[in-house]
Design a protein around this ligand. Structure first.
Ligand code: FES
Ligand code: FES
Length: 155
């Protein structure tokens, strides 16, 4: 049995320890906001946070998540920065089909929590692993900049 902390709750699973975290989230826990795209860590659709870092749930075994705090898109609005990111996404109508967008929001939130006022290079680096087949990149960048512009200047 593996015990995981997901969105602040303790969750038990009897899945084999090498099961990808994404399988647990979507199939066992019904947290379907996190998407399956490529399954090989290439598209970012499955991005969740593990101890605040963006990770690819499709290639992260549940054994690696034991003892860590996992946060998915379902709980990101409970985070002050995550809420601002979601609000900016709505403000600027970022999503098109929407499939990649939970991963995009998780990646953007992790970036802004680590660096409240990222420059273009920071944004490129942080978001380069999140692919959008609809090409919403300009609006993603604008939304990140909108959150950054409203961030308090860090001492
Ligand atoms: S589904 Fe995990 S990176 Fe594509
Ligand atoms: S909004 Fe369609 S894949 Fe990104």
């Amino acid at each position: 049995m593996t015990i995981l902390n997901i969105n602040g709750k303790s969750r038990k699973t009897h899945l084999p320890p090498d099961t990808p975290l994404l399988w647990l989230l979507r199939d066992e826990l019904g947290l379907t906001g996190t998407k399956f795209g490529c399954g090989i860590a290439m598209c970012g659709a499955c991005t969740v946070h593990m101890d605040g870092q963006p990770i690819r749930a499709c290639v992260t075994p549940i054994s690696a998540a034991e003892g860590k705090a996992i946060v998915t898109i379902e709980a990101i609005a409970q985070d002050a920065v995550g809420k601002k990111v979601q609000d900016a996404w709505l403000d600027l109508c970022v999503p098109q089909c929407g499939y990649c967008q939970s991963g995009q929001i998780m990646a953007a939130t992790a970036l802004l929590k680590q660096k409240p006022q990222p420059d273009d290079a920071d944004i490129d680096k942080a978001m380069s692993g999140n692919i959008c087949r609809c090409g919403t990149y300009p609006r993603i960048r604008a939304a990140i900049k909108q959150v950054a512009a409203k961030a308090e200047v860090q001492p």
